[in-house]
Design a protein around this ligand. Sequence first.
Ligand code: 5GP
Ligand code: ZN
Length: 135
Amino acid sequence: MKDKDCIFCKIAAGEIPSATLYEDDDFRVILDLGPASKGHALIIPKEHYRNLYDIDDEVAAKAIVLAKKMVNKMKDVLGCDGYNIVQNNEETAGQTVFHFHMHMIPRYKGDNVGLGWHTGELTDEVKNEILEKMK
Ligand code: 5GP
Ligand code: ZN
């Protein structure tokens, strides 16, 4: 399925030009227009899924295998020191384009890419609450 108002549907279909690093029947991999670091790229399925909540299982599986292939090549091309794979779901979690995509963010020693969080503490109360609800 495609969404006629979705920018990533148009980019994936080649209707809007993009700096394409890789393409196959299921995906297009492009450079992000607002990179967090040099080489920041996006894996975009050609079919429209809003995010991880509704993506087809087979497409999701193929996406992570493609990420493995891409970062293995790009780490050599870019000479980076590490990689973050980031995938945002819904506005609260930072999703701004509502067509599933995976960020591949190269990391360089001493870069100031602001990924991370302040660590809290897992209390017994919260742990037990979640474990109980997950049963
Ligand atoms: P999100 O915040 O939804 O996880 O990520 C959306 C990403 O798409 C952002 O990093 C943003 O820079 C990128 N982006 C948005 N519009 C375009 C576009 O038209 N072309 C490209 N190449 N990247 C885009
Ligand atoms: Zn779309």
